[in-house]
Design a protein around this ligand. Structure first.
Ligand code: HEM
Length: 885
């Protein structure tokens, strides 16, 4: 055991050491790093991100003041339009962006967390310790993930007497080799400021004072040293950063923007400065030099200034009065300045992201012009070829038989309509103006937009076999686990798809398999419920989507591979982050699969790099899980889906040969298809219930009359709770997770009397179908009663209405095979939340604004606070997990 852990520690060290220099090793290190979903999304979408160090949290002051201050700094960054990325190492995993729990953990561990400079990173990671990053380590990680702005209080410098002691802060050398802009309040005057500036020059660091000609000395606006340059606004700073990044001078040096102390603090700052000068004079008189000098100066300054009370006056924070330890003075003062720097740093980051946005737009325009010329040439060539080698026209193709078409633009056709966001809404507008079946085209690729229930039924069901393939192969995605040719979701209708579908139904999603795995979901539901009770006891708000993701992800992982992804080593967070990132790529994938086909022919690949990067990260994670599974296969009677798939993969005589990549792609699809879908749906349904208290009340009454008050809702109750089912159905009708379904016409055919060419991409707008006023009364209202069988509306009528107009899970051969599981997840979660808790929110109603394109989620994720209605310890008869879940 010891040897295996030390060898793994060694391999982690060696892989880290690789990263510290050569560039190709960067990818390996990236796989060790955990980037929070929020930061990852912000970086990939070019939003403003500000890196923050963590030593100030762990070593700055005691808990809980440190937590409060860290949160305040983060909210300053947020309030100014940027995303904060606090950096730390937790259990050996470098984390970029901490969530609330991680921030709390770091703050409560305090000084037991190791202060980590650049040189300590390998050791902290290898020993799986917790590390609070100083300036040099934060610079390293921030620049590695592409963050360009880092805010701190003050940086280190050249110590007085450095000519004897060689005491020069590693912050300066780190700045010299890291291409990042550091916003600091300058350098403290206990250090040798002229030598520090000299050393920064040697390191080729660009130094500028913010709105000042003089370099600031942390506590004072002036240091007596002229600043090498001056910048006057966040936009000025952004331009300097942009130029540095653009020129890629092969000298990866950093930038230092020194921000003078704000005017309101300068009086107190001057007092500290004069105490510093006096302490320096005393040190000279008493001949205190070398390593004894800094502690002497700090202690003397503290004595002379009345210590913490002065610091508190700078901070104007009551909580600082409780700090009595001498060494806190230094960092406490840092906090006032870090807050000011956070304000200016965020403004710089926002200005930079805007600058980059406009530059990218300009490049895209140039690229687009180039593409346009290519495409035009290509079209001319095709036209000439087809003119000289004309094929006879298919006899049945009559242009007048095509579905109606809205006005189009020359060459690109309706591309501009397809690119408008969010697609389901703009398509809905289009269909309400021009009709439920529309012929569109991008360049020469035919697309048909379907927006009514009966037309969708014809495509998905009546002629389902002809439309059983989702889309034609997209050449650039071949090797990707995400949307690639290994996938089940993107597989054409054929032998592979049929083989996998059978396996899915028999081993995972069919009613027998679901019964076999009920206990797993019961246990996960118990964890979910316990978390809600915990939040209720602490009066904390629940991020419903986030917690549901944990519930669904853990359940599905245990159902398919016998174990969940670990929260401790960041695996679970990594999967959740990858799911969010993958969903944000769906639209790009669709563009690539239409326009991309044309561009590929002229040698241009769209979004390939982005999609392949995500695929690579899934690949690494799944390879690790598969290897573990291979090393410990389950006994025959306990085999899970992963065991079965691995067995088929190794069996040369299997009915169908599947590859390792196909297994990985299937698991990626489970993560995507099974987790976020149910999580988002639960958020929408719960939001509707909070906005409709009378419906919530009726639902609670149903639960109490069917389940009673002495037992908790469980999965087996769902079939006896018709109103709960109706509530979930109505939520899915109004807020389908995937509002756009895609199919391809394998053969030419007729739909609604109109001619559909072979290979036409069919876009079925399920959002429009389920809000079509011709099929639904008050289509935009949340009315679960419409799904209740009543004397006026019999079972048969209801069945017909659902078959034609209700398609939140798609329909036909390629309809969702996980719909039963989806109903279970959402049903038990909503049942539990309604049975056990009342819910309060900030404000009167939940904001139901939508976001996302191709997938539909809440623009303002639902956060609501549970108030327990029952005592979980005394209200129930039995602690049997079956009863509880
Ligand atoms: C509320 C939850 C869910 C919703 C709203 C949902 C929705 C959908 C939709 C709209 C489709 C496309 C159907 C079509 O093109 O006709 C789909 C396909 C699919 N879903 Fe779900 N889904 C949910 C839960 C699940 C779960 C829990 C799983 C499995 C663990 C799953 C696995 C799949 C798979 C594998 C496909 C592709 C089927 C194929 O290509 O043949 N889904 N889902």
């Amino acid at each position: 055991m010891a040897s295996s852990s030390s060898s793994s520690a060694l391999s982690r060290i060696s892989s880290l050491q690789n990263h510290l220099s050569p560039l190709e090793a960067n990818n390996k290190l990236m796989s060790l790093i955990k980037i929070s979903p929020e930061v990852s999304e912000a970086i990939s979408n070019g939003r403003a991100v500000v890196a923050l160090e963590s030593t100030i949290i762990s070593h700055g002051m005691p808990y809980p003041q440190n937590l409060q201050t860290a949160k305040e700094v983060e909210s300053i960054v947020r309030d100014n339009g940027a995303i904060p990325a606090t950096i730390a190492i937790l259990n050996g995993v470098p984390c970029i962006g901490l969530n609330e729990e991680e921030l709390e953990r770091l703050a409560s561990l305090g000084k037991s967390v190791q202060k980590t400079a650049g040189r300590d990173i390998a050791h902290v990671v290898a020993t799986r310790a917790n590390g609070a990053t100083t300036v040099s380590a934060t610079l390293f990680f921030a620049s590695m993930v592409g963050i360009q702005v880092f805010v701190t209080g003050g940086i280190g410098g050249v110590h007085r007497h450095a000519n004897h002691t060689m005491d020069i802060s590693s912050d300066l050398t780190a700045l010299g080799r890291t291409p990042i802009a550091v916003i600091s309040a300058g350098v403290k005057s206990i250090l040798d400021i002229p030598k520090t500036l000299e050393y920064l020059e040697t390191q080729e660091v660009y130094v500028a004072a913010y709105k000042s000609d003089e370099f600031p000395a942390f506590f004072t606006e002036k240091s007596g040293c002229k600043a090498p340059s001056r910048v006057n606004s966040p936009e000025d700073c952004a331009r300097v950063i942009g130029k540095y990044a653009n020129m890629k001078l092969n000298r990866p040096a950093g930038i230092l923007f020194a921000v003078p102390i704000p005017k309101q603090h300068s009086a107190a700052g001057n007092l500290i400065e004069s105490a510093t000068q006096r302490a320096l004079a005393e040190a000279r008189e008493q001949n205190v030099t070398g390593s004894a000098e800094t502690p002497f100066l700090l202690a003397r300054v503290n004595e002379l200034t009345g210590g913490t009370s002065l610091a508190a006056s700078i901070l104007s924070l009551e909580h600082c009065l409780s700090i009595v330890n001498l060494e806190f003075l230094d960092t406490v003062s840092d906090i006032a300045l870090v807050k000011n720097n956070a304000l200016i740093g965020s403004q710089i980051a926002v200005a930079l992201s805007q600058l980059i946005f406009w530059k990218t737009m300009a490049t895209i325009t140039v690229d687009f012009q180039l593409c346009f010329i290519f495409i035009l040439l290509w079209l001319v060539l095709r036209f000439c070829l087809s003119f000289f080698f004309k094929k006879p026209k298919e006899p049945q193709l009559q242009d007048c038989d095509l579905p109606p078409s809205p006005p189009s633009l020359p060459v690109i056709g309706h591309l501009h309509l397809l690119l408008s966001v969010p697609s389901h809404k703009s398509f809905q507008k289009l269909s309400s103006k021009y009709g439920p079946l529309l012929h569109l085209r991008t360049f020469n690729i035919p697309i048909v937009l379907v927006s009514s229930g009966p037309m969708a039924y014809e495509v998905l069901r009546t002629q389902g076999l002809n439309f059983a393939t989702r889309d034609r192969e997209v050449p650039i995605m071949e090797k990707s686990l995400l949307f690639g040719s290994f996938g089940f979701v993107s597989a054409p209708y054929g032998d592979y798809w049929r083989f996998m579908k059978k396996l899915l139904v028999t081993k995972l999603l069919g009613s027998h398999s679901l019964e076999r795995t009920r206990l797993i979901r019961g246990e996960e539901l118990t964890t979910f419920r316990a978390m809600l009770f915990d939040k209720a006891a602490n009066n904390e708000a629940v991020d419903v989507g986030k917690e549901m993701m944990k519930f669904t992800n853990n359940s599905i992982c245990r159902m398919i591979m016998g174990r969940k992804c670990s929260e401790e080593n960041g695996e679970a967070e990594q999967v959740r982050g990858l799911v969010t990132k993958s969903l944000s790529l769906v639209r790009k994938f669709l563009i690539a699969s239409t326009v991309g086909r044309i561009l590929k022919k002229v040698g241009i690949s769209l979004f390939e790099k982005e999609i392949m990067e995500v695929s690579q990260r899934y690949d690494e994670l799944l390879e690790k899980i598969i290897k573990e599974h291979e090393a410990n296969p389950n006994k025959k009677e306990d085999r899970d889906m992963m065991d079965v798939l691995l067995e088929v993969c190794a069996d040369h005589n299997a009915e169908f040969k599947i590859s390792r990549n196909q297994i990985k792609a299937l698991f990626v699809e489970f993560f995507l298809g099974g987790t976020d879908t149910s999580a988002q749906t639960t958020s929408w349904v719960m939001a509707e219930l909070i906005n409709h208290p009378e419906i919530l009340k009726r639902l609670r009454e149903e639960i109490e009359s069917v389940v009673g008050k002495s037992r908790l809702v469980q999965e087996t109750d769902l079939s006896n709770l018709p109103y709960l089912q109706a509530v979930v159905k109505e939520g899915l009708r109004l807020h389908p997770h995937s509002p756009i379904l895609v199919r391809n016409a394998t053969e030419s055919c007729k739909i609604g009397g109109f001619y559909i060419q072979q290979n036409t991409t069919m876009i079925i707008n399920s959002y429009a179908v389920m809000r079509d006023p011709n099929s639904w009364e008050d289509p935009d209202e949340f009315q679960p009663e419409r799904f209740m069988v009543s004397p006026s509306k019999g079972k048969e009528e209801m069945r017909e209405q659902l078959a034609l107009n209700y398609i939140p899970f798609g329909s036909g051969r390629r309809g969702c095979p996980g719909s039963n599981l989806g109903y279970i997840f959402v049903g038990v979660a909503i049942g539990t939340m309604v049975q056990c808790f009342d819910w309060s929110i900030n404000g009167d109603t939940v904001n139901m604004e939508e976001t996302g394109d191709m997938t539909l989620s809440m623009a303002h994720p639902l956060k609501c606070t549970p108030v327990a209605r029952i005592d979980p310890l005394t209200s129930f008869e039995s602690a049997d997990p079956l009863v509880y879940g």
